[in-house]
Design a protein around this ligand. Structure first.
Ligand code: ADP
Ligand code: NI
Length: 220
């Protein structure tokens, strides 16, 4: 049996930990991103009748181990595991959280074959949804600005089959990122609930691009 009080305490501690670790990161992983992923994950978990505690905790911690914020992804994961082991978490839950956060990242499109649990699929969907729609566009622009990438260059085409290094490299433009990642995410959603949310966000990005090109040509 789960102990609600204990779970509540762990969630509060994890929220404070994520806030402290992510702070005001400008690479698209600030704490408000985490808050939105938590909200989406909980909403999807309710619909899909999954374990809300696991989804909540994994969503809170999902970016703390990110390779961009740590000396390496391995070091980041070891740090989170160390933190979890200090909490009174069931060993099975600790393992489950580590399995989720080490496998949900996008990594330039390389698909991991790791079989995610239902909760892992939900947190992955929630993280991907936050890269879509109006929020996703804002994040891509902020990320590009932080990396010194221009908005658009009509002479550059999107890159295909990128390695992780190429994906992380600052070459290219913000608009290229729509084709390299954002527009591919709709078809990668795991759950029916996320698929529906993704459709709407995807359509918004397509109409944004249409308007963008029309303005670029001075047609609107
Ligand atoms: P993940 O959370 O899966 O690790 P990333 O770290 O790749 O995702 O991206 C964080 C945010 O920054 C996302 O909203 C993503 O779309 C955006 N982003 C990542 N790479 C780029 C890029 N090369 N150009 C523009 N935006 C990017
Ligand atoms: Ni994330």
């Amino acid at each position: 049996m789960r102990n609600k009080n204990k779970e509540e305490k762990i969630l509060q501690a994890a929220e404070a930990y994520a806030k402290e670790q992510l702070g005001n990161d400008v690479s698209g992983h600030d704490f408000w991103h985490v808050k939105r992923v938590v909200n989406l994950a909980l909403q999807i978990a309710e619909e899909e009748k999954a374990d809300t505690f696991i989804c909540h905790l994994a969503a809170l911690l999902h970016d703390v181990a990110d390779g961009k914020l740590n000396s390496s992804e391995e070091a980041g994961l070891a740090k989170v595991e160390h933190w979890l082991l200090q909490k009174e978490l069931e060993p099975a839950d600790c393992q489950e959280i580590m399995a989720i956060i080490s496998h949900i990242s996008f990594k330039g499109g390389q698909v991991s074959n790791f079989p995610l649990s239902a909760e892992g699929k939900i947190v992955q969907d929630a993280d991907r949804l936050d890269a879509l729609g109006a929020i996703g566009i804002a994040r891509a622009m902020v990320y590009s600005g932080a990396k010194g990438r221009p908005i658009y260059d009509p002479n550059l085409s999107p890159r295909e089959n990128m390695t992780l290094e190429e994906y992380r490299s600052t070459e290219g433009t913000a608009i290229m990122h729509f084709y390299e990642k954002l527009l591919t995410l709709k078809d990668k959603m795991n759950t029916e609930t996320a698929k529906k949310l993704a459709e709407n966000r995807h359509a918004f990005m397509e109409s944004y691009l249409e308007q963008f090109y029309a303005e670029w040509e001075g047609k609107r």
